[in-house]
Design a binder for this molecule. Sequence first.
Ligand code: THU
Length: 152
Amino acid sequence: MSETIIQPLTELTPAYRALVESASAATKTAYAPYSRFHVGATLLFADGSSHSGANFENVSYGLSLCAETVAMASASAAGRLKGLVAIAIAAEGELAAAITGEFIAPCGRCRQVLAEAVSICGHDIEVLMLSRDGLRVRSTTARALLPLAFGL
Ligand code: THU
C-alpha cells in the first residue's frame, strides 16, 4: 500500500470496515472520567480474529493508558500478538472537538509500542484511523508513523 491513503468508510473492504466499526464500538468500554475522551482500538489478525481495547485512565493522570497500548498489551498477555496485520483506532467525546487534525492518530508512545509489535510480528502493520466525524478512514503503517524508530 502507499504510505497514506484516505477513503470513505463505506469504500473499505468488508473486513477493514468491520475492523473500524469494532474500534468505534470499543470506545464504549473506555474508562475515561478525567478526559472524557473515549478511544477504542481493535487489532486484526491474519486468521480473521480480532481483539479490542480502550483507554484506561487514572486519577494520577500521567498513569493513564491509551487504547492502542491496552489492546496490544492485553493481546500479548493472551498470547496472540503474532499474526497481527492491522489496528484500527476510533474516538468519541468532548475532547474530540479540541483536537487538531481530522483523524484520531496514535500518540508517540503508542507508536513506539506499535514498533515493538512490528518487531514481534516480523512485518509492518497497517494502521487505520477513523475521522472525528466517523465518515472517513486514513490508512498508513506502523513504520511510516515512526520513522527511525528506536530498535527497528
Ligand atoms: N488516548 C488514547 O487512548 N490513544 C491515543 O493515541 C491518544 C490519547 C487517550 C489517553 C487519554 O485517556 C485520552 O485519550 C486523552 O488524552
